[in-house]
Design a protein around this ligand. Structure first.
Ligand SMILES: [Zn+2]
Length: 291
């Protein structure tokens, strides 16, 4: 029997995640929702992006919008500090970093009813010392360095990124997607907002290049070249795949295949795609299927 745990969900060749930072760009958020919804209606592919949420930036009205988007499955969220004014680095007092990491987690859990699993350090300059503090509270951290993440070699508290910018052309966005397909990598695209004007404050992406990029991604998702997923989904999938193994034994009703995963059951419950004699199955950690 030929079995393997697929590198990405549905045996896709690569993975791509959008992360929208800060959580306070109202109109842009509505547009991304409309674009994602349109793609789902046209192709059946559901994009799920991650919103990096800065607690003090979320107004009651903004929270209402996020509640809806999380509920409909077009977004999930990660932590992005309480005030955005913190550097996770050796120059910041240790207690200040612990306080931010802890309180961001508590406050977001109170707001949305579930604990954020991952963090995205705000601004630049975070370092290994700062990431070691985050490790006490989160399972991964997105950092700002420009690189494609390769499974098996990922530094989980220094996840690489591709930054959206107004000056970038559609070709630059699609070239990044082509590169992850070729390398079998995972790209995390950092966005702040999309705009119909020519403003580049905090790195915006033009509405038009975003629409074209999403169409290209959807096409590549249909052909199973890319798994478009949230950052949280990719982190869970890849960390589970890194540490899990399959056990196979003969049972009364057929061959029993178990996905053995040693990680914390409370957190790691994302199904992995397993290929068994050419067929794909989604199996949850520590679940047994009969084939
Ligand atoms: Zn930010």
């Amino acid at each position: 029997m030929n079995t393997k745990i697929c590198k990405y969900k549905n045996n896709a060749k690569s993975a791509f995640s959008f992360v929208f930072d800060d959580g306070c760009y109202g109109e842009s958020t509505e547009w991304t929702y409309e674009i994602f919804k349109g793609i789902f209606e046209k192709t059946g592919i559901k994009f799920k992006a991650t919103s990096a949420q800065t607690v003090s930036f979320i107004s009651p009205n903004m929270k209402k919008i996020w509640d809806k988007l999380f509920d409909e499955g077009y977004y999930d969220y990660c932590a992005h500090s309480i005030t955005h004014c913190i550097c996770y680095c050796k120059n910041t007092p240790v207690e200040e970093m612990h306080k931010d990491a802890r309180e961001t987690q508590i406050k977001l859990a109170q707001m949305y009813g579930s604990k954020p699993l991952t963090y995205a350090t705000p601004g630049g300059g975070s370092d290994e010392f700062g990431w070691s503090i985050l490790k006490n509270y989160y399972i991964a951290n997105r950092n700002g360095n420009d690189k494609i993440n390769i499974p098996g070699e990922i530094d989980w508290f220094n996840i690489g990124t591709f930054t959206a910018m107004l000056k970038r052309t559609t070709e630059e966005y699609t070239a990044n997607i082509d590169e992850i397909i070729e390398k079998g990598g995972w790209s995390v695209q950092v966005n702040h907002w999309i705009t119909k004007k020519e403003e580049d404050k905090f790195h915006s992406q033009s509405y038009d290049t975003f629409v074209k990029e999403c169409d290209y991604l959807a096409e590549k998702a249909v052909s199973k070249d890319v798994w478009v997923c949230s950052m949280n989904e990719a982190v869970l999938y890849l960390q589970e795949a890194e540490s899990s193994s399959l056990t196979i034994k003969d049972g009364e009703k057929g061959t029993e295949v178990t996905l053995v995963c040693p990680l914390d059951k409370e957190i790691y419950n994302y199904p992995l795609t397993v290929e068994i004699d050419g067929k794909l199955y989604d199996i949850k950690p520590n679940e047994t299927i009969v084939v």
